[in-house]
Each structure stands twice: as C-alpha cells, then as structure tokens.
Ligand binder design. Sequence first.
Ligand SMILES: [Ca+2]
Length: 576
Amino acid sequence: MKRDYRLQGASVLLLLGAAGASHAAPIACNSLLNTTIEGATITTAQLNPAGGGLPDHCEVLAVINPRTGIDGQPYAIKLHLRMPTAWNERFYFQGGGGTDGNLGAATPAQLGQGYAVVSTDGGHDSGVNHTPLAGSFQFGFDPQARSDYGYNAHALVASAAQAITKTYYRHKPKFSYFEGCSEGGREGLMFSQRYPEMFDGIVAGNPGMDLPKAAVAEAWDSQAFAAAARTMTPFGNPDLASSFTPAELNAVGDAILLACDAQDGLVDGMVNNPQACRFDPATLGPSGSGVLSSAQVTALEKVFGGAKNSKGKSLYAGWFWDPGVAAPGWRVWKIGPLLPVPGNTSLNTTLGGGALPFIFTTPPNSATGGTALKPTTVITKAGPNPGFAGLNDAFVPWVLSFNMDLDAPKIFAETGNFKESAMDFMGTSSTDYGGFRTGGKKMIVYSGQGDPVFSSKYHIKWYRNLVDEQGGLDNTQRFARLFVVPGMNHCGGGPATSQFDAFSSVVNWVEHGVAPASLLGTAPAGTPWPGRTRPLCAFPAQARYVGHGSIEVASSFVCVSPREDERHRNGEGDDD
Ligand SMILES: [Ca+2]
C-alpha cells in the first residue's frame, strides 16, 4: 500500500504546532554525553521523565575551560542546561546573583513553559573556591576568574548552551532571552552592551550597574551607620544594627510619606514622584520632633547624600527618599541584622564587605598587600558557610577603615597580572547601543525606588545618558525601557506593587512588537494593601490618579511624565 509519508509528516507537524510543541524530534539526550560543543565538555546528559514539577527534559551539565588559577585554586566555568521534550523553540538564560559561584538548578517557571533553560556558576564555585582568608571571595585573587565573573563566563555559556540546544533539537532557537535581578540584572546589561547579538530580549532587574562603585557606597554607608551605633558587637566593633530600631526606621518612613506622598496627587502610602520629594531628616532630630538623635540624622544625611571623597566628588549616587526605608528588605542590606548570630550580619558588611577588598580592589587585599588590615580583624573566621562569608565581623574593621580618597580609586586600578580594573570587568553603564538597537533587540530594566544597594538615581542617570546618546526618548524607548518601582527594595519587598511580569512583556515586545508603556504591578501579602494594583510606568512617566474610582486598582491611574523642569529645579542629576 502506497503511503504519503510527506503529507503524514506535515499533518503531524500541524498537530504538534497546534499544541505549541517542537516540530522536530530531538536527538537522543545521552548521545550528547562526553561530546564537546563550542568548548563545553558535557559531563552529564540524561533524559528526566516529568516529575517534581518539572517537564520531561534532557538535563545537561558541562564544563568550559577547566584550569588552575594563579592563586593555585581549581577553576572551571560550569553550565546547567535543561531542554524540555515539548520545546517551544526558545532559549532562556537565568541570571546569577551576589558574587555568583552557585551553578543553580536551572528550574525557573520558563522550563515548564517549554523554554530550554541554562544557568551558570560564573566561572568559580563557592563550594570549592573558599578559603579561610577570603571565604567565597577567594576567586578575586585570580584575574581570569575575575573576568569570567564580570562577563566572560556568561558569554561562553550563552554561546555554548545555544549551540548545545541547536545540536539537541537539530535547529537553533527562534528567540533567545535573558532574565536576571541584582548581579543577574547586571549580567543582562553586560550582554546588551558587550554581546548585543546574543539575546533578542533582556530583562535586567535592579541591576548592579557599575557594581564596584556601589560596593564603595556600601562601605560609605556602613561607616555612616557605625557612627550612630549604640552598642558594640562581641568582636569589638560598632553594631550597625543598633543604629536604628525598626520603630525609628518606621518613623523615618512615615515622615517621608508625610512630606512627599501627596506630591504625586494622591495620599496612598506611595511616593510616585520622588524627584519632587524634599524630605529633611533633621525634622526628626533634636531640633524637630526629637524622634532621632543628631548622630542618626547625620547618618541619614550622609547615606542619602551619597558616597563622596574628601573633595566632595561623588563616588556613586545618592538615594531617593522612599518609604521602603522602613522595610526589612532595606534594613538587611544597610545595617542588619540579616542572621540571628553575634556580630554584624548586614549584607553591606558581609557580601559587600568581602567583594570590595578581594574582587573589586586591585591588587586584591590580603594580609600582606593592599590596604593594611587592622590588628583586630578576625578575617580568618570568615564564616563557616560557603557562599556566605564575613560572619563574626570578619570584614567589618576593613570596611570601617576603607578610605574614600586612597582606597576607592583602586576599583579603577590595574597592576601586574591584573590587567583589567574592577570597573573594566564589571562596568555596565555604557550608552553604546548601536548593535543592540539595529539588531532589533529589546530590553526592560527595572529598579526599586527603595532599593538599598543599587540606587534608582544611578539607573536613572544612566538612562538619561542613554537617551542623550541615542537621539532622544522616543528613539531610546524603541529598544530600552526603564521602570522605577516606588517603594520596592532589592528585587522585591518593601511597601510596593512589587509583583509584575517583566518577562512576558519583553517576549511580547520581541515577538509581537508591543512595547510596554507600563507593567502591571500587584502588592503582595505583607504590604499595607495586599492586592492593590498600579501601572508601573516606563520612565520618565509616573502613575497618576485620574481623580475618581478606587485607589486600589490600576485602572484608576494613568502614566504621565512630570514636567522636565522639575528635574532641573530639584537638582537631580548632580551625582557624577
Ligand atoms: Ca502618593
């Protein structure tokens, strides 16, 4: 009997197409084992049946450039790739976090939606590259590991994982996406600037833009809060967490609302027009309501004014006055405590306190080089947990002795084997977007207005520079949009409509040409108004109440741009 295989194949194709699945059967998953594709040697390739919330998929582990660093440590760039059998012909790179070093499970929600998903450790492994001196920041002693963390590992992994995906499914992905927050957000910016051809759509959340500068600002903040500390830790250092009680930070948040909530036209517990906000913390001090001491007022003035050297030159950016200051997500970074253990555990003195001396200072600090460590430093007790160094105040004396004139410039230094400065390998404020723009790529950047570690002011300053460089706002909004989320802390948290789906928006933009004028934000449980919705407007637009209708729903708000002269009147953009 004669059969028309071609037609039969076509009908199968149609059926599969209707189901949204791939039209080509993948090769055998285990046939990838021990092969090397684009420099990645595959050490695991196994087909996992559906289960545990994951779809039927081919799981791949691979290693790129295994080597020994100049610090004697074993390094490799590892990737974790999962390729679902019911592939949607799309590729998704899951960004990292902190100082990377964690391969990750590669199980974001996108895997269940049919995306091939990859994650990486960024070229070092916090479970392996961990020493008593520097904890999980040890990799900062190896220049290649620094460059891998900054950009190189992610580029090699993206390239190799896309090639493995193409080999497995027998055709390349139709669309490739990157999404990350914090360091992952920085990686998204990095791709858009260094490798604009690699992704069709990028979501860069609360990005650690020019992270070494932000790390300098973390030290600045720690010094400011230390001066207001009321108690010492068992290790003999100021306990930053004692500088403000939660009730005092609540008072600051309330005072910010009193001063600035109504300036956007509606008293709703949100500051939608932060550029107009003129909060003065002295109103809470001894000459005001008396809620705060003069030391506390000074600390807030220093921190929110931004890190500066002794000549008054700005070293990072200041911060918006935002009621997110009263949320736990602000406190755990700036002053702690993050963990219920003795000593300082703020992220600024642990994560930032280790990254600054070992990864962002050139040459990296050690007991014998760089800034002298104070005799009281107990750096050899740098935390028992891989991935979380800096307990027992390990880095606190160093952070508190960090000199804004002599030490801050070391993020720009190069010497000896360290041929790239920290700003060279971590810098992510370029405005050269020619390749990205002409390639038709799209990027969504979002920023928490109450983020305690990466300032919205810094993100806005970059975006304004981008607008200037790219021929105006309309031209820039064709490929890059910034969304500043009032009240939101770092990648979530705070009194904010902090739940939103930036990823679907970037997909819709890439695949259907629908540029997002706003994202729909929902306030989660734990906020003063769970379930409240707001439009999160593409900068410079801000959400404004239309004057009627429920203030709890986004449909009662529109996105409007504040008058440009406000920006000049309030002196925004003074940071350099
Ligand atoms: Ca308001």
